[in-house]
Design a binder for this molecule. Structure first.
Ligand code: G
Ligand code: G
Ligand code: MN
Length: 407
């Protein structure tokens, strides 16, 4: 290895590096054991442990140029291989800037943990800090996990590992399917089917959701074209696509959406956009202009998870919203909890007064569906009618709920 330099020998008891000094190199231990000691600000010495052959010591200083955080002495005669800062810097310069940044960030956090755990160690005999240290380590590993996952997700988008499932939205009056909600899943080559809760937040944080949403919109349009071939009598069906705040930050979102509609020949009214109340609260820039434009073209705009704590009625007239989805937690509780029942009733009358359409989400039981019917709720979605299904099963659902295609 290029970065491994000549051997250095330290006799038992010799100081290899001193806390506070500038760190010019790291060492790979070939033979012998060393002891690590940290001197605290009050002068107390903390023995941090020992290292033996195969370990690296002094590695932090060559990454972040900070002074040595510990003093290390040889406990027996040691043979060490020196890795100089210059050698290390040379190989790092060629590395991906993200890798460099991440290395710095992780090291910064690690130093921070060390600093705090050393204070705790000194303050308590049974050292609860070890547990804290492990927990924080685990969190660090999640950082790495998230980065790995983000990279895998890029591959997923490019290599068709994403799939859409479709859950029907039915008219309560007629029992017919009016449309479907597209729900994303990730068919991971090793981990199997990953549900959206496990990857959407990461995709939002990393900005990768923009590409995933573009893919989803295109896939939905193509699916509608395939469906139209099989069921030419069902060309009123729409598909609702979930979008995130990050999607609205993308300046070419609208162009891409309209291009996709044009290329696939799908009329705008067959695509509905589902956004959450939280998104409106965040108010990504251009969200109103974007939604106004979509609505003007005839797309449906749906507020998902309506009523889950961030509700502000003002946005019902501020934004071009045409449908509310009552959150499933209300549907679940409305039969036992009088307050929730009142809430569901008020949402329903609100929507009637404001001429906004309503979908009850997460209907699981016959009793829930019967009650919603009584309250004249317009549409429903939930396991009681159907779980989300893959594209092949969409035709079966249409046959079951909407009847067969007239000859
Ligand atoms: O699919 P499930 O059935 O587990 O969906 C869980 C949540 O994941 C949904 O409530 C929705 O908010 C989110 N979700 C599902 N599919 C998509 C998608 O294509 N894009 C975005 N942004 N969120 C989605
Ligand atoms: O986008 P949104 O958060 O609204 O997605 C709806 C979520 O709820 C999806 O994860 C979907 O699979 C799930 N879901 C749909 N119907 C039901 C239901 O009847 N019961 C439960 N528990 N979940 C449902
Ligand atoms: Mn949704």
């Amino acid at each position: 290895m290029q970065t491994l330099k000549a051997e250095k020998v330290f006799k038992a008891g010799e100081v290899i590096m001193t806390q506070g000094d500038a760190g010019l190199c790291a060492y790979f231990i070939q033979e012998g054991r060393v002891g690590i000691v940290v001197e605290k600000s009050d002068g107390k010495l903390l023995h941090m442990g020992t290292r033996g052959p195969g370990s690296i010591i002094g590695e932090m200083a060559i990454v972040d140029n900070q002074p040595r955080s510990a003093t290390i002495k040889s406990l027996e005669n040691c043979t060490l291989l020196e890795i100089t800062k210059d050698d290390f810097a040379r190989s790092v310069r060629g590395a991906d800037p993200i890798v460099r940044l991440i290395a710095q960030v992780i090291l910064m956090r690690y130093r921070d943990i060390l600093r705090r755990s050393q204070t705790l160690l000194a303050d308590s005999a049974d050292s609860p800090s070890a547990e804290e240290l492990e927990r924080e380590y685990a969190e660090q590993i999640n950082v790495v996990e998230a980065i790995k996952m983000a990279n895998e997700f890029k591959v997923a988008i490019a290599c068709q590992q994403l799939i859409l499932n479709y859950q029907p939205i039915l008219s309560m009056e007629t029992g017919r399917i009016l449309g479907f909600e597209a729900l994303m899943r990730w068919q991971h080559p090793e981990r199997g089917l990953i549900p959206p809760d496990m990857f959407i937040p990461m995709a939002e944080d990393s900005g990768l959701i923009v590409d995933a949403s573009r893919w989803a919109i295109r896939e939905v349009c193509q699916m509608l074209n395939r469906l139209d071939k099989a069921r030419p009598d069902m060309q009123d069906l729409y598909v609702s696509v979930n979008l995130s705040a990050t999607d609205f930050d993308d300046e070419s979102f609208l162009d891409n959406l309209y291009d996709t509609l044009e290329e696939t020949g799908i009329p705008a009214h067959r695509i509905h956009i589902e956004i959450t109340e939280r998104l409106l609260l965040k108010q990504p820039k251009n969200v109103k202009e974007t939604l106004d434009s979509c609505r003007a073209r005839g797309m449906g705009i749906v507020i998902d998870d309506f009523g889950t704590g961030y509700s502000s009625l003002s946005y019902l007239h501020q934004y071009p919203i045409d449908t509310l989805k009552i959150d499933q937690s209300f549907i679940r509780k409305m039969r036992e909890d009088a307050i929730v029942f009142g809430l569901v009733k008020s949402i329903l009358s609100l929507s009637q007064n404001m001429n906004i359409r309503i979908i009850a989400e997460g209907v699981e039981e016959f009793e829930e569906s019967a009650l919603l019917n009584e309250l004249e709720c317009e549409m429903a979605q939930g396991y009681f009618y159907s779980r989300p299904v893959d594209e092949m099963q969409v035709l079966d659902l249409l046959l079951k709920h909407n009847g067969s295609c007239p000859a």
